[in-house]
Write a protein that binds this ligand. Structure first.
Ligand SMILES: Cc1cc2nc3c(=O)[nH]c(=O)nc-3n(C[C@H](O)[C@H](O)[C@H](O)COP(=O)(O)OP(=O)(O)OC[C@H]3O[C@@H](n4cnc5c(N)ncnc54)[C@H](O)[C@@H]3O)c2cc1C
Length: 490
């Protein structure tokens, strides 16, 4: 089942009969699809969820379970933090920009407290304790984490508060998030049709009225009297689409369930849908943030290029787009030893040397490159400042012999995911269908396509270029709910 099926829509007059009929048809059972189905059902609509795999989950179930929420949630308050929607919005506008979606970010920030409560009411647990160090996924079950809010320059743009709400779990939290949402779906009168791959939309004039799908080699047709909601994920697994739209991501490892083939995006484009920010992506650079922040990241001529304590995905974007991922983590023995083994994810130094001159030679950097960079860094770190990139004083200390270098392109093996492919980063796409804050899919004239809704990574959500962890599960569930409500039309 792949993009080899034609994407052009079917005309309702060419459909002999519909195999299934419902009011709201949600295509794709990840976090966005579950949220859309639950809300459409809560508004009294008949709902069917279509899923190509043999069960729900999608990439959402594999994820770290970090959900970006704020404005003063119970978890934030229990950990001693106050927060406002305005500060949350200001941080997201800066970190997800340039040209992040202001209307969506404002709606998201101002709706965040209510959304937190909706998740909690649907059984999603957040432990009220803080993990207080840069990381991809905490090795503990702490329910709150910083996602770069307290790092320069963002700490000057908005009052910092930790907003990474991490679903309580043993390891990655996405499986618990999807287990809880799936329990809610199962408890309601929502039809779940698995092993069913939506291949094209069905139109009555300019209105989307259904979907044609394939299931076990047969075509199955669905009529949706109120609306079709596309929640099919991004397109990182579709090499052709990545090459067309996001060439800088070509050849990198993909962070997904393997099914992000962009089908939902192209079948909507085939009925006139517009897309946004298709070149943007999350760049999960394969380094251990706790090592980087205690040392530094440099390019292949030994120069620092970013504050190491920002959210590591922003480091990844700078490393990929400005330095082709030819970047190194440089640290000393103390920095390495300070990182608990459980946080190292198998990463060990690739080169160790008594002097910086030896290290430069071993890794093939110009003579003097690291001597200069670390000389400057150490001089200022001794005074607790970083005039170049303003890394927090908490992480500043003159680095001392013996020194070590880690080649980021060799990858790492997160315990939950197994070996990395190498290459320096695992990515997924963040661009997609252009939607309103209510999940309506817009055409090239900026008009809503009747009967068509979308949410999650099939859409361009809060982001333009930047990415912060938690904004996929966050915007997927938040705008998924809104798309479900809009489709229900009540
Ligand atoms: C290892 C990992 C860690 C991550 N950690 C985080 C994190 O901590 N926080 C965060 O916010 N994000 C994280 N992400 C990203 C996040 O998981 C995804 O961006 C998000 O889950 C997308 O949600 P979705 O509902 O849009 O899509 P998915 O969850 O991928 O769901 C889409 C579903 O649609 C189905 N589908 C696709 N096409 C069709 C079709 N044509 N017909 C029928 N069904 C179809 C798919 O099989 C899938 O089940 C992580 C991702 C990975 C892989």
């Amino acid at each position: 089942m792949s993009a080899r099926h034609p994407v052009a829509p079917l005309n309702i007059h060419d459909v002999e009969n519909f195999d299934h009929e419902t009011e709201v048809l949600v295509v794709g059972y990840g976090c966005a699809g579950a949220a859309a189905a639950l809300e459409a059902c809560a508004r009294g609509s008949d709902v069917i969820l279509l899923e190509r795999a043999s069960g729900g989950g999608g990439s959402s179930a594999l994820s770290g379970g970090e959900i970006y929420l704020g404005g003063g949630t119970e978890t934030q308050r229990a950990c001693g933090f106050s927060d406002t929607p305005e500060d949350m919005a200001a941080y997201l506008m800066a970190a997800l920009g340039p040209d992040a979606d202001k209307e969506k970010i404002d709606a998201y920030a101002h709706g965040s407290l209510e959304h937190y409560q909706w998740l909690v009411d649907h059984g999603v647990p957040f432990k009220p304790s803080l993990w207080d160090s840069p990381t991809w996924v905490p090795p503990t079950d702490d329910g709150l984490m910083w996602l770069g809010e307290n790092s320069w320059p963002y700490d000057e743009l908005a009052k910092p508060a930790p907003r990474g709400h991490r679903v309580t779990a043993d390891g990655f939290g996405g499986k618990v998030l999807m287990a809880k949402l799936s329990e809610q779906v199962a408890a309601r009168n929502i039809g779940v049709h698995t092993d069913t791959y939506a291949t094209r939309l069905i139109m009555d004039g300019i209105r989307v009225v259904g979907v044609s799908a394939r299931s076990f080699g047969k075509t199955v047709t669905y009529r949706a009297r109120r609306g079709v909601v596309l929640t099919t994920g991004g397109f990182a697994d579709n090499a052709e689409m990545v090459a067309q739209h996001a060439p800088q991501l070509v050849g990198l490892g993909v962070n997904s369930d393997g099914g992000d083939d962009g089908r939902g995006i192209v079948i909507a484009q085939a009925v006139g849908a517009a897309v946004k920010h298709m070149s943007a992506g999350q760049v999960g650079i394969t380094l251990v943030p706790a090592m980087m922040v205690r040392g530094m990241i440099v390019n292949n001529v030994g120069q620092r290029f970013i504050n190491e304590d920002v959210y590591p995905g922003l480091v990844g974007q700078a490393a990929l787009y400005r330095h082709g991922l030819d970047v190194w983590v440089i640290l000393d023995e103390q920095a390495y030893e300070e990182v608990p083994e459980v946080e190292r994810w198998g990463v060990q130094p690739h080169y160790v040397a008594e002097t910086l001159e030896e290290l430069e030679e071993e890794i093939g950097m110009p003579a003097g490159a690291l001597v200069t960079t670390i000389g400057e860094y150490n001089k200022h770190a001794a005074d607790g400042v970083d005039p170049y990139f303003h890394k927090s004083a908490r992480w500043l200390r003159p680095l001392q012999s013996p020194y070590a270098a880690i080649d980021v392109r060799r990858g790492m093996a997160p315990p939950e995911l197994g070996a990395s492919n190498g290459g320096g980063a695992e990515v997924f796409t963040t661009g997609g269908l252009w939607t309103t804050v209510d999940g309506r899919v817009l055409n090239l004239d900026g008009e809503a396509i009747p009967g068509l809704f979308a949410a999650g990574r099939a859409t361009s959500g809060l982001h333009s270029w930047g990415y912060i962890s938690g904004t996929s599960l966050g915007d997927g569930t938040f705008f998924g709910r809104r798309a479900g409500i809009s489709a229900a039309g009540r």
